[in-house]
Design a protein around this ligand. Structure first.
Ligand code: GCV
Length: 717
């Protein structure tokens, strides 16, 4: 007996000591047993049984999720019951007679996808109800409820009514059919095209769960630099298989469409959008797509940009191209997302002005099911850009936002960059299109110009890596994108806290430390890469590391010198009336501010103005000294992040703590690399010394200029 007890004790020890590595695979959907004993007991007394009527595919996945979450969080099986004695009641008034009896359906949010979570008394018992007018709304309500429990929020007097501010909340995958991901730093593509349609691993379901949990309801599967093959039947079958997995989670699939597909896969001689045969080809192709994918979302198009074909090849304009596709999609309710990311080195004008110049005049010329998809800034997802002047400038056209979650210009997946602060900076920016308060958020949510068709896109940072996004903290950008797409009014800090508590811990000190790291992280990167409005000074092509010296890239607007214009006198791009006059594309209140060197926010100084090295700034320092200060501050911020992270040891799991420790070390080295390379290069013009007290760069400029890298991820090497 004694021996048996010993064996049992040994087995238990082994079992408790054995645990799976914390890979980050579970993202923010962890559902581990709640550690706070008092809360656990409280929750257990509040959720004794669940009633969830309804058998649609979406109901079934919501049931599975709530069961998995509650059983995990409470550490015990909570039964489903069919009576109104249940303490948690879920469903729509149509699917559930109990919901119908206990709720006045007028109280439910009217907008599709909205939900209501309410504490109420029924038959003398206290209950919680999750309801909506449609099954998708119920699913979102379920995920929200789970989030409350994961974040250890008391379930008392609940009365949460939410509706999404933006209708189409979409990820853009820049995934190629060969499994690579353009600007992807988290492994290869999730889509195993060669195994589709037969093989759909559970990972696809987990992808759908993660998206639905934050309200994302669409995904463009393939790169905007696209291959026409994705529109052929074998690939449509593969897309249909993915659509089938995502459908119950309320996620529609979309495809990037190659404008020249009628030639490449259709055997036509032209892709001219006004050619009747071309139009018919798209009508037939679209009909075929809907045969395979009845709820297909529509097309995303990159046209006449960076070598992609488009209507201008035939002397037509963007509206001609978009409208042709829109007509083909309209009978099925599909939409066109036509990108405004256009520029051409043959156009003798500031690249920052070209999208506005091309699109502004087309306002009102698009069919009702077209959205113009605009990047957050006028150049290209730089660490910091002022908001794109097209926001607010096309009142008669639905316009949508394109953010980049993958960190092409923000340190790939080795730098900790929380982009919530960047998203918010842009969303909260005031366009003054209709006077003060005409924020970018209001433009894209259709509120400013009264548009019903609204959308937002995020270029995905997701790949085959175990933890999905490469850097454990990069998951926060996926999370935050979804949550802000749902409600652009959420604050970056609130969402950071939320994500930390779901992903790492509910320990208050840890949350506040990690939040501090996250909230300062993007500014740190701006400081050590492109402070004071500098932009596009990264290495050529692969974009890994600094390259302010790049002066020959095949075309001027791909060089760095085009953007910083440093010489012995000063630095910066004059975009005022005496320069390219890009400021004039903004509404007067903004143009006046950005165009005036005394009023322009310092963070945009060199974006709009050319300043002498020795000019005094409002801070009292010369431009050179201020630039140096920012570069050094950037590195110092990474020091602080490292110090904070050390104090997280023991507060979060060892696996992810180790990973982030290592990544922060790389980030620190790379921050110094950026700082030293850029300052040495700019110093070769300013000829000014580093002010006293700053550590000297480790190497000379030639050393940094000679660094060469092979097989950098994110490009075709
Ligand atoms: C998909 C930048 C990137 C390209 C990307 C392009 C775009 O130029 O470097 O890789 O191409 O933006 O958004 O179309």
């Amino acid at each position: 007996m004694k021996y048996l007890n010993y064996k049992i004790a040994l087995l238990l020890t082994c079992l408790t000591q054995f645990s799976f590595a914390e890979t980050g695979y579970r993202l923010w959907l962890r559902y581990d047993k709640i550690e706070n004993q008092a809360l656990l007991e409280k929750y257990s007394s509040q959720i004794k049984s669940i009633n969830f009527e309804g058998n649609s595919a979406t109901n079934l996945v919501a049931k599975k999720e709530i069961l998995m979450a509650i059983n995990g969080l409470l550490g015990k099986q909570v039964p489903f019951v069919s009576t109104n004695s249940a303490s948690l009641i879920i469903g729509t008034p149509q699917s559930s007679s109990i919901i119908k009896a206990i709720i006045n359906s007028d109280d439910l949010p009217k907008t599709a996808d909205g939900f209501l979570i309410k504490s109420l008394a029924f038959n003398g018992e206290q209950k919680i109800m999750i309801s909506a007018t449609n099954d998708k709304g119920v699913l979102y309500g379920v995920f929200h409820f789970i989030r409350l429990m994961q974040a250890n929020i008391p379930l008392v007097s609940l009365n949460i009514s939410e509706t999404p501010a933006i209708k189409n909340r979409i990820l853009n995958h820049w995934d190629n059919l060969d499994g690579t991901v353009e600007r992807g730093y988290a492994g290869s593509s999730l889509w195993e095209w060669h195994k589709l349609p037969g093989f759909t691993p559970t990972r696809y379901t987990d992808y759908a769960r993660a998206n639905a949990s934050v309200g994302i309801n669409g995904t463009v599967l393939n790169n905007v630099n696209t291959n026409a093959l994705s529109l052929t039947v074998p690939y449509l079958l593969k897309t249909a298989a993915l659509a089938k997995v995502f459908r119950p989670y309320g996620i529609k699939v979309y495809l990037s469409a190659r404008f020249s597909a009628p030639i490449e896969i259709g055997g036509l001689k032209t892709a001219d959008p006004l050619d009747p045969q071309v139009k018919q080809w798209w009508i037939d192709k679209t009909k075929e797509i809907y045969q395979y994918i009845p709820d297909f979302g529509g097309f995303l198009v990159k046209a006449n940009s960076e070598g992609q074909p488009g209507p201008q090849n035939y002397g037509r304009n963007h509206a001609d191209g978009a409208n042709m596709l829109a007509d083909a999609l309209a009978p099925y309710g599909g939409i066109v997302m036509w990108r405004a990311f256009v520029y051409d080195d043959k156009v003798p004008d500031d690249r920052a002005k070209q999208a506005y110049s091309e699109f502004k005049t087309l306002d009102g010329k698009f069919k009702p099911n077209v959205l113009v998809q605009i990047k957050n800034g006028a150049i290209d997802f730089q660490p910091r850009e002022p908001f794109h002047p097209l926001f607010g400038a096309m009142p008669a056209t639905p316009v949508m936002m394109e953010f980049q979650l993958t960190q092409e210009y923000l340190g790939f997946s080795t730098h900790l960059a929380y982009l919530g602060t960047m998203f918010k900076e842009v969303l909260a920016a005031d366009t003054y299109a209709k006077g003060e308060g005409s924020t970018v958020a209001k433009v894209i949510s259709g509120k400013l110009d009264n548009h019903q068709l609204t959308a937002i896109a995020g270029v995905a940072n997701i790949g085959s890596d175990l933890n999905w996004c490469g850097h454990p903290f990069a998951q926060a950008n996926w999370y935050t994108f979804g949550r802000l797409a749902w409600n652009p009014e959420f604050s970056a800090g609130q969402l950071a806290e939320e994500w930390i508590s779901l992903t790492f811990t509910n320990d208050k000190t840890a949350i506040s430390g990690i939040k501090k790291m996250m909230m300062g992280s993007r500014e740190a990167i701006v400081n050590y890469m492109t402070p004071l409005g500098l932009h596009h000074i990264m290495a050529q092509n692969h974009h890994y590391g600094p390259g302010p010296w790049v002066n020959d890239a095949g075309r001027d607007d791909w060089t760095s010198v085009y953007y910083h214009k440093a010489d012995n006198v000063g630095i910066g791009f004059n975009r005022t009336a005496t320069g390219s006059n890009a400021v004039a594309q903004y509404f007067p209140a903004v143009a006046d501010q950005f165009g005036d060197v005394k009023q322009v926010p310092q963070k945009y100084l060199l974006w709009f103005h050319r300043i002498k090295w020795t000019d005094k700034l409002s801070s009292g320092s010369t431009l050179w000294d201020e630039l140096v200060k920012h570069y050094y501050e950037g590195v110092k911020s990474v020091d602080s992040m490292q110090l904070t992270w050390v104090t997280m040891k023991g507060k979060i799991d060892e696996d992810r703590h180790q990973e982030v420790t290592q990544l922060l070390k790389i980030q620190h080295e790379e921050a110094k690399w950026w700082r030293d390379a850029c300052l040495l290069y700019f110093q070769s013009f300013s000829k000014l010394p580093l002010p006293a007290g700053y550590e000297k760069p480790e190497h000379d400029l030639t050393y940094y200029q000679n660094l060469k890298f092979s097989f950098v991820p994110g490009i075709k090497n």
